[in-house]
Design a protein around this ligand. Structure first.
Ligand code: HEC
Length: 198
């Protein structure tokens, strides 16, 4: 082998190693499985694309059933990403990095005091416009004080929501989840048929 060939080979190996390193980093980032993005101040960026994640359910606490003043009179649409749902179904808990989005949608223009209206299918509640977003993120280290989950509120109003949100104080969010659903990974799995399978 002449000297020139050796130099070329060494150069090629260097390039391959560099590519390998980049590749490994890419895989490592993927393996963490999280789409949660935090800025340098620890604020969570607004999740994107979540309306195409897996739809878990839609609890509804309308004004008509809460003396006209429900805290959240909208549908609560709950979404999780498919790999995290799959992991939950296998293991009974969500992987680190799981993001759960709860987006509110108003009930469509009520014509009765209880918030309902008539449509060809009958009298009832129908989805209106988007009206707010709450998000939980599982990260046992970052959110050790609140049972491994961080809670974020991106606004309770029509679009657009806030671009980022600071972790909400435990008294506003996590405290209630800790009181009732600490044993089911801080999530109200009993309301989501996809999770309990019945
Ligand atoms: C008084 C109790 C209480 C408080 C306070 C509370 N939640 Fe919840 N949360 C619930 C209940 C009950 C559900 C499920 C039923 C529903 O949505 O009505 C829920 C559901 C959720 C879900 C859907 C996933 C799941 O765990 O089922 C998210 C996300 C969520 N809450 C985030 C938040 C955030 C963020 C805050 C603070 C801004 C907050 N919650 C404050 C009781 C509470």
């Amino acid at each position: 082998m002449n000297r020139r060939l050796l130099v070329t080979l060494a150069g090629l190996m260097f390039i391959a190693a560099t590519l390998g390193l980049v590749g490994t980093r890419g895989i490592a980032a993927k393996a963490s499985g999280s789409t949660a993005v935090f800025d340098s101040n620890g604020r969570l960026k607004q999740p994107t694309g979540y309306r195409r994640w897996i739809f878990l359910g839609a609890p509804l606490t309308p004004n008509g059933l809460n003396n006209g003043k429900a805290g959240f009179p909208e549908y609560h649409h709950v979404y999780v990403e498919e790999p995290n749902l799959d992991a939950y179904l296998k293991t009974g808990s969500f992987p680190e990095g799981t993001v759960i989005v709860k987006e509110l949608t108003r009930v469509l223009d009520p014509t009765f005091p209880d918030g309902s209206r008539n449509e060809p299918s009958g009298r009832g509640f129908f989805n209106g416009t988007f009206n707010g977003m709450d998000v939980t993120v599982k990260d046992s280290k970052r959110f050790a004080k609140t049972n491994g989950w961080g809670f974020f509120n991106f606004g309770h109003h029509p679009l657009p929501y806030a671009e980022s949100a600071a972790e909400a104080p435990a008294s506003e969010c996590a405290g209630c989840h800790m009181s009732y659903v600490a044993k089911t990974d801080m999530t109200w799995v009993q309301f989501y048929p996809m999770l309990h399978g019945k």
